[in-house]
Design a protein around this ligand. Structure first.
Ligand code: ATP
Length: 293
């Protein structure tokens, strides 16, 4: 079983030719509300990839709360421990202009009210094979969840902020993209950044977008996995799909090479479809792609 302690946001996405300047009002082409947030995305990715997944976090008592809960439940994620707190749910206000450039305002809402594991959360985390964490909840809450003993801790360090030592001490596997890896280590070359990350944590994967991913472990293993060559139409949440699938493979006992391949296949399927949770592949699709490679 995998538990995800993280954010759930409603993405409010407006599509417009050009993003408005301060003071300007524009007419957009299209508007969509899409359940998102890195925590919810990783939970849905892991559930679709074949794991039993529990989501721990909070939504608000507004109209978005039940929609976010339903989106997780529909993907097969266990939401019994998802709390409702007074006030608004987390939202990401996203303006997508022609050509694909985004501007995003995240208002944490209920995510900002999460203080740490409460109620049955610690028991659920403690009996999980892996705990997936990201940094869209308050840092103190993330640290408290990571300190629950008994599970493998996998951290996606996004958004990139300095990581406290008490968090790093608990992390088994860090999964940054190359920009986050550079921000954490001060090294622009991803291979150098990987080596520096291994001074901080026992294992790390640096994702390189269409260039694939690098893996390293303190036992000396170094791997490079090429991305599956596909025509990408929307790379939103590729990293979350990768992290969710990677956790599934590891909890099934896959070795690092096999786990990287599985995660790359899942992410390659997701970039060929639009949206975040809407693009995440089911297990049979990942298995079929891997058979054909
Ligand atoms: P996002 O922020 O969009 O969720 P990210 O920046 O966290 O993504 P990336 O490094 O861009 O993560 O991508 C994660 C993984 O997804 C890559 O390691 C790769 O396996 C896969 N991937 C990303 N882009 C492509 C692509 N164009 N073609 C095939 N695979 C891709």
């Amino acid at each position: 079983m995998i538990s995800v302690f993280g954010s759930a946001n409603m993405d409010l996405v407006a599509y417009v030719a050009q993003a408005p300047k301060p003071g300007e009002t524009l007419t957009g082409r299209e508007f969509r509300t899409i359940p998102g947030g890195k925590g919810a995305n990783q939970a849905i990715a892991a559930a679709r990839a074949g794991a039993d997944v529990a989501f721990l976090g909070a939504v608000g008592d507004d109209a978005f709360g039940p929609v976010l809960r339903a989106a997780l439940a529909e993907a097969g994620v266990e939401v019994a421990a998802l709390r409702v707190v007074p006030g608004p749910s987390g939202v990401a206000h996203i303006v997508v202009q022609d050509g694909g450039d985004n501007s995003i305002i995240v208002v944490p809402g209920a995510n900002g009210a999460v203080t740490g594991p409460v109620g049955r959360d610690a028991e659920i985390i403690g009996r999980s094979d892996a705990l997936l964490l990201q940094l869209e909840l308050p840092m103190d809450a993330v640290v408290a969840a990571a300190q629950v003993p008994g599970t493998e801790v996998i951290l996606t360090p996004a958004p990139a902020v300095p990581l406290p030592a008490e968090l790093l001490e608990t992390v088994d596997l860090l999964v940054p993209n190359e920009h986050e890896a550079a921000a954490l280590t001060g090294r622009d070359d991803p291979r150098d950044a990987l080596e520096a990350l291994l001074d901080l944590v026992p294992e790390a994967v640096v994702t390189l977008g269409a260039r694939g991913a690098l893996y390293g472990s303190r036992d000396g293993t170094r791997l490079r996995e090429a991305a599956v060559p596909v025509r990408a139409v929307d790379t939103t949440a590729a990293g979350d799909t990768f992290a969710g699938a990677l956790a599934v493979a590891r909890t099934e006992g896959a070795d690092p090479a096999r786990a990287l391949r599985f995660a790359s296949a899942a992410a390659a399927l997701s970039v060929q479809r639009e949206g975040a949770s809407t693009s995440m592949p089911h297990r049979h699709e990942i298995d079929r792609l891997l058979e054909g490679l």
